[in-house]
Write a protein that binds this ligand. Structure first.
Ligand code: HEC
Length: 165
């Protein structure tokens, strides 16, 4: 029975392959589409989608905003989410990921990293650095500055151990 059914279906399957490549079923922009609840082919991007190229985003990247409590709170939170697992809550580079064998990040308390420009830290988040990969798709520019501000807090609040590279 099953085999007979499969044989009957075969011509149908082959017919489906015989499509005219120029005329393929697809939706055009602004076309009605029953597939979606709002009946439109064009769907808004899902919530939380990060746009990589808008002027607003470029403006946010241009300069560090004024430092206030809200910026530091945001920076502390975002640092905790995206950086602390490697760089450690205190910035000394002893997060859980390097404790499992990933290369150790340098301590933010090292004299060289205390001395680098804010822009350098921003750029490391954007582009990555050495074995550290880019966070550009997860951390939008405004949050990058907030994280930079928080790293400055970690640096000012703590003495180094003296053996930082
Ligand atoms: C998966 C682990 C990991 C995560 C997560 C991570 N980093 Fe790193 N980071 C590293 C490592 C490892 C290095 C050293 C890279 C090298 O020298 O090859 C580094 C280096 C750096 C440096 C030093 C660059 C220099 O000039 O030496 C900065 C600044 C930095 N990271 C900032 C951040 C910030 C901010 C975040 C969060 C947005 C972050 N990192 C997330 C692993 C990580």
């Amino acid at each position: 029975m099953i085999r007979a059914g499969a044989v009957c279906l075969l011509p149908l399957a082959l017919a489906a392959c015989d499509q005219n490549m120029v005329q393929q079923p697809r939706y055009d922009p602004y076309e009605a589409a029953e597939l979606f609840p709002d009946g439109q082919a064009m769907q808004p991007p899902p919530g939380g989608t990060i746009d990589l190229g808008t002027p607003a985003r470029q403006a946010a990247a241009a300069a560090m905003p004024a430092i206030d409590e809200a910026l530091l709170k945001r920076g502390r939170e975002r640092y905790g989410i995206y950086c602390s697992m490697c760089h450690g809550e205190d910035g000394r580079g002893n997060g859980v990921v390097p404790s499992r064998g990933y290369p150790h990040p340098p301590s933010f308390l090292a004299p060289r990293l205390r001395a680098v420009a804010d822009q350098h830290i921003f750029d490391v988040i954007t582009e990555g650095y050495g074995v550290m990969y880019s966070y550009a798709d997860r951390v939008p520019p405004a949050d990058r500055w907030a994280i930079v501000a928080w790293i400055r807090v970690l640096q000012r609040a703590q003495q180094g151990d003296g053996d930082e590279a």
